[in-house]
Design a protein around this ligand. Structure first.
Ligand code: APR
Length: 251
């Protein structure tokens, strides 16, 4: 039944396909692992960003206050890498899954905009995005292009500082996106958790605490913090497993 020669057919995969085929409501949570096959580093994996950089210096309000130029230099590099990267087969498969679903919500922890560029519509960016910058004082936003924010433009006309429009450690998630994600997880029949270590909260709670009675499946080549709490933990790469699921649903 399973079309993809690489991925070994298994009763669990067949069960997942069956559940997806009959789902009235589908919720998907993604992390940086889905973008690793687009050439972008994860955070905690081999060569991960938090292995090579000090998170408290770069991804906290305190670190930004201490050295905004250091922080912007790093986010401008990340922004440029995101813009050079391309969505992969995993991102596109989720856009296809959305197109064939009645009620589909995709919540991502990623700030790389690859889901958007792959054509996902009902997308919730729980940790913000690097498409805009926001003033720390008047909250005015401005769009960023591939070169990011010039360091001589960090000071805003109101006297505040322009900061990356993303969620740093210790900060609250955007309320509207969070509420909609929690609602969608609560009403879902099937939840897919793709490419996240599931150690960062509250996002990880969408796959467990908020998951109502849903059938929860995880797609990750490695074990995660929730592997023992999901119905099926599929050791696979996103760009392999997600297209295979879509292909199976179309047969
Ligand atoms: N397909 C699926 N999963 C993959 C792939 C792949 N090709 N490659 C790696 N992974 C998995 C890894 O095994 C790991 O479990 O992706 C996960 C990435 O985990 P982290 O590096 O912890 O990143 P993430 O879960 O996205 O981090 C969550 O933490 O640092 C903060 O705000 C940041 O949004 C981020 C949050």
């Amino acid at each position: 039944m399973f079309p993809n020669p690489d991925a070994k057919p298994s009763p669990q995969v067949d069960e997942l396909v069956h559940r997806l085929r009959h789902a009235r409501s589908l919720f998907v949570l993604t992390g940086s692992g889905i973008s690793s096959e687009s050439g972008l580093p994860t955070f905690r994996g081999v060569g991960g960003l938090w292995r090579t950089h000090r998170v408290e210096e770069l991804a906290s309000p305190e670190g930004f206050a201490r050295d905004p130029e250091l922080v912007w230099t790093w986010y401008n590099e990340r922004n440029a890498a995101h813009r050079k990267a391309r969505p992969n087969a995993g991102h596109y498969a989720l856009a296809q899954l959305e197109a064939r679903s009645r009620d589909f919500t995709l919540a991502t922890q990623n700030v790389d905009s690859l889901h958007l560029r792959a054509g996902s519509n009902n997308l919730l960016e729980l940790h913000g995005s690097l498409r805009t910058a926001r003033c720390t004082s008047c909250t005015q936003r401005r769009s960023l292009d591939s070169s990011g924010l010039p360091l001589d433009q960090i000071r805003h006309e109101c006297g505040g500082l322009m900061r990356p429009d993303i969620v740093w450690f210790g900060e609250a998630l955007p309320q509207d996106a969070w509420r909609r994600a929690a609602d969608a997880a609560g009403r879902a029949d099937v939840i897919l958790v793709v490419g996240t270590s599931a150690v960062v909260y509250p996002a990880a709670a969408l796959a467990t605490h908020f998951a109502g009675g849903a059938y929860v499946a995880e797609i990750n080549p490695e074990e995660t913090a929730i592997s023992d709490r999901v119905a099926y933990s599929w050791r696979a790469r996103a760009a392999e497993a997600l297209p295979a699921l879509v292909a199976a649903l179309e047969t």
